[in-house]
Write a new protein. Structure first.
Lengths: 297, 371
C-alpha cells in the first residue's frame, strides 16, 4: 500500500524521458518523404478506433497481470515449505509483473535506441529493484517501523524459481500478442512509416552509393560549391536553378513538394562536398566540364 | 588560383587576410541574428548514433519458435515435478454429519480420525487450511500495531488507532497485542499418531523455523523485560495496577504464555503467532503448522495407518468457513500447483503455432521491398 508509488515513479521517469529522444525517421528522410506527416493530419494514430484498441489491450493486460499470479500462487508454498501465498508476496509479485510488462512494452515501442534511451530503460529497471529492496530492507524498518511493514518480502519471495517463472510467463503473455499483431500488420498493411523505415534500413546497411544519394541534392548545392575552388562560373550560371525531375522510388508516386527545393543545406561537411564534386564530374554535361577544367588550371 | 565570391573565403586558404572583406560586417550581423540557433552537435540535432530495430521476419519468426520450444520444455518439467508431489487433504470442519469431527462444532471435543499414508519421498509438511476466510480484507489487514509487536513498551499502554475496536477492552484497558489479526489467531492443536502393530505411537512434530526468518529476527521482538510477564503488567509506564494489560479478547491465554517451555518461542516471536500474522492473500489459504521431524523419519513418513487427534477450538461455522488439514511434500517449485506447468505448455504451443501462421503470412504477403 505505501509502496504503491514506487513502481509508478519508475514508470513515470521512463515515460517522460523516452519521448524526448525517440525518433523513428530522421530529419533527412522526413524531408524527402513529407507524406509521413499525413497520418498526423488525418488523425490516424489518435482517434476513437485507436483508443478503443488501446482500451482492449489494457483490459487484456490487466486480466493477465492479476489472474496469472493468482493461479500460480494458489495453495502453493516456498521450496522450503514456508508461506509464499501471503498478501505481501502476492502484491510484490503482481507489481513486479506489471513493471516488467511496462518496460518490455516500452522497449517494443522504442525505435531509436541511442545511449540516452539505453540509460533510461535499463536504469529504470535497476532503480525499481534497488528501491524495492531498499524499502523492504531491515534498515528502513528500524527507522520507520509502521511505514515499511513489508520487511523481508522481497528477499523471501524473489528467490523462488516459481515466482520468476510466473513473472516471465505473464510478461511474455502480455507482449507476444502485441509483437505478433504488429508483425502481421506490417506485412499485410504497411503504413507509410513502416515503408520509410524499411527503406531507411535497407539504405543504411549496404555502403551508400554516393551517386544515387547525391543526385537528389544536386539542385541545391550552390552554397556548398561556393566553398570550393573552381566553381565560380558554374555557380553563377543558371544551371543550378533548373528544376530537374529527380529519380524517385516508385513507392511514392508524388513528385517533390515545393519545400523540398528551397530548403538550404547547412550541414554539408567536407566529405559530403567531396562527394558532391564527384557527382558533379559524373553528372555534368561535357560543356560544363570543359569550362570547369579551364578555370581550375 | 583563388576565387572570392562576396564575403566568403576560399576553402584552401584560411589566412586572416583573405578572410575579411566587405561581407564581414554582414557576417557578424548574421551571427548575432543566429545566436539562438542550437548547437550543431549530435545531441542537440538528434543525430545520436542509435540502433534502430524493426520487426523483421528474420527476428520475429525464429524468436517465436525458440520461445515456444523453451516454454514447452519448462512446462514439461514443471508439470512432471508437480505431479510427483504428494498431497493429502482432509476437511474437518464437521459441518455435515458423517464427516470427521461432525460433533466437534458443538463442543470442544477432542476428536480423531484415521487415514492411510503412502510412502512419502522427502520431508512432509503439515498445514492447516481455511476457506472463505478473508485475511486480505483491508480493515482487517491494517488492524495491528507494528510498534507494539516490535516490543516498544510505549505502545503497550497506548495502542495505535488502527487496532480499533480491538485496542481497548470494555474497561478501557489496553490490549496487547492489539488488532483483529492477532485477536483471530488460529488455536486448534493437532497430534499425529502412527498405528504400528495395533499400538499408537506419536509422530514427533517440529515447530521450529516455520515462519520467515525475517519475521522472527527482525520484524517481531519481545520487550526486553525478564521475565516477559513484567512487560505486560503496565508497571513500566508507571500506571496504576488497575490498568494492567490484557490479552486479546478471543485468546484463552496471554501472549507471554504462548509457549512457556521455550523462551525463544514465547511472546511475540512465537512461531505459530508469526505464521498467523503473515496474512494470506486469498480466501482459501493454508498455513504451515508443523514439520514432520527428520530425526525419526529421515526419508519421510513411511506408508501405513495414521490417526490425527484434533482439539477443536476455532469456530468457523458462523461465516461458513471450512477447515482442513493438508500433508504435503515440496519440490524446487514449491507445493503442488499444476497451473504453471499447464500454462507454460499451452503458451509454448501457441507460440509455435503463431510462428507458423506468421511464416505463412510473410511468405504470401511479403513486404514489397522492390522498386
Amino acid at each position: 500500500m505505501t509502496d504503491y508509488f514506487i513502481p509508478r515513479s519508475a514508470e513515470l521517469s521512463l515515460c517522460f524521458s523516452e519521448p524526448l529522444f525517440l525518433q523513428d525517421v530522421n530529419d533527412r528522410w522526413s524531408l524527402q518523404h513529407p507524406q509521413l506527416y499525413c497520418p498526423g493530419q488525418k488523425n490516424q494514430y489518435f482517434n476513437k478506433k485507436a483508443f478503443a484498441s488501446c482500451v482492449m489491450h489494457s483490459c487484456y493486460s490487466s486480466l493477465i497481470l492479476f489472474f496469472i499470479p493468482w493461479a500460480a500462487m494458489r495453495d502453493t508454498v516456498r521450496d522450503d515449505g514456508k508461506d509464499i501465498a501471503n498478501y505481501q508476496s502476492f502484491a510484490l509479485l503482481t507489481q513486479t509483473c506489471l513493471l516488467i510488462v511496462v518496460f518490455t512494452q516500452l522497449c517494443l515501442d522504442t525505435y531509436y535506441w541511442s545511449a540516452v534511451n539505453h540509460f533510461f530503460v535499463w536504469g529504470s529497471i535497476a532503480a525499481y529493484f534497488a528501491i524495492t529492496f531498499t524499502m523492504y530492507s531491515n534498515g528502513m524498518f528500524y527507522i520507520f517501523t509502521s511505514t515499511f511493514p513489508f520487511v523481508g518480502t522481497a528477499r523471501n519471495s524473489l528467490n523462488q524459481p516459481n515466482v520468476w517463472l510466473t513473472i516471465f510467463l505473464s510478461s511474455l503473455l502480455c507482449i507476444l500478442p502485441v509483437v505478433a499483431f504488429r508483425f502481421i500488420l506490417i506485412q499485410l498493411r504497411p503504413t507509410i512509416n513502416d515503408k520509410v523505415r524499411y527503406k531507411m534500413r535497407k539504405e543504411v546497411l549496404p555502403a551508400p552509393a554516393p551517386r544515387r544519394l547525391l543526385r537528389r541534392r544536386s539542385t541545391r548545392s550552390g552554397y556548398a560549391f561556393s566553398h570550393s575552388q573552381g566553381y565560380g562560373e558554374l555557380i553563377t550560371s543558371q544551371n543550378f536553378l533548373m528544376k530537374r525531375p529527380l529519380k524517385r522510388a516508385s513507392l511514392f508516386p508524388q513528385t517533390d513538394s515545393p519545400i523540398f527545393q528551397n530548403q538550404p543545406q547547412h550541414y554539408l561537411d567536407h566529405q559530403q562536398i567531396k562527394k558532391l564534386t564527384d557527382s558533379m564530374n559524373g553528372g555534368l554535361s561535357l560543356l560544363l566540364k570543359r569550362r570547369v577544367a579551364i578555370l581550375v588550371t | 588560383m583563388l576565387l572570392k565570391l562576396g564575403g566568403h573565403c576560399s576553402f584552401q586558404d584560411f589566412s586572416e587576410e583573405s578572410c575579411h572583406g566587405p561581407g564581414s560586417d554582414e557576417m557578424v550581423q548574421e551571427e548575432n541574428e543566429f545566436t539562438n540557433r542550437p548547437d550543431n552537435t549530435a545531441f542537440t540535432q538528434q543525430r545520436l548514433p542509435a540502433w534502430q530495430p524493426i520487426l523483421s521476419a528474420g527476428i520475429v519468426i525464429p524468436g517465436f519458435v525458440l520461445i515456444g520450444l523453451a516454454f514447452i520444455g519448462v512446462g514439461v518439467a514443471l508439470f512432471v515435478t508437480s505431479r510427483s508431489i504428494q498431497v493429502l487433504e482432509r476437511d474437518y470442519t464437521g459441518d455435515e454429519s458423517g464427516t470427521p469431527c461432525a460433533s466437534c462444532a458443538n463442543s470442544n471435543v477432542q476428536n480423531s480420525f484415521g487415514f492411510c499414508f503412502p510412502q512419502s519421498q522427502g520431508p512432509v509438511f503439515f498445514y492447516y487450511g481455511l476457506s472463505n476466510y478473508f485475511q486480505n480484507y483491508r480493515r482487517y489487514g491494517t488492524s495491528k500495531d507494528d510498534n507494539q509487536l516490535y516490543g516498544v513498551l510505549k505502545y503497550f499502554t497506548s495502542p495505535s488507532d488502527n487496532c480499533a475496536p480491538y485496542a481497548y477492552n470494555s474497561n478501557n484497558q489496553p490490549i496487547v497485542p492489539c488488532g483483529s489479526i492477532a485477536n483471530s489467531m488460529f488455536n486448534d492443536t493437532f497430534k499425529l499418531y502412527q498405528t504400528v502393530n495395533g499400538t499408537r505411537q506419536e509422530v514427533s512434530l517440529d515447530g521450529k523455523g516455520i515462519a520467515w526468518w525475517t519475521d522472527y529476527n527482525i520484524k517481531y521482538r519481545n520487550p526486553t523485560n525478564n521475565p516477559l510477564k513484567d512487560a505486560f503488567n503496565g508497571s513500566n509506564s508507571g500506571l496504576f495496577y488497575r490498568n494492567f494489560l490484557i490479552n486479546p479478547i478471543y485468546w484463552s491465554k496471554p501472549a507471554y504464555e504462548l509457549d512457556t517451555s521455550d523462551p525463544s518461542n514465547n511472546g511475540f516471536v512465537n512461531q505459530d503467532f508469526l505464521v498467523w500474522m503473515r496474512r494470506a492473500a486469498l480466501p482459501d489459504f493454508r498455513k504451515l503448522y508443523r514439520r514432520i521431524s527428520q530425526d525419526k523419519y529421515p526419508d519421510g513418513l513411511p506408508a501405513g495407518n495414521y490417526s490425527l487427534e484434533i482439539t477443536y477450538n476455532y469456530r468457523v461455522y458462523r461465516f461458513s468457513g471450512k477447515k482442513k488439514v493438508v500433508f504435503s511434500n515440496v519440490s524446487w517449485m514449491g507445493g503442488k500447483n499444476e497451473f504453471l506447468g499447464i500454462a507454460y505448455l499451452v503458451v509454448g504451443s501457441m507460440c509455435v503455432f503463431m510462428s507458423i501462421v506468421m511464416l505463412i503470412v510473410y511468405a504470401k504477403f511479403k513486404f514489397p521491398d522492390e522498386e
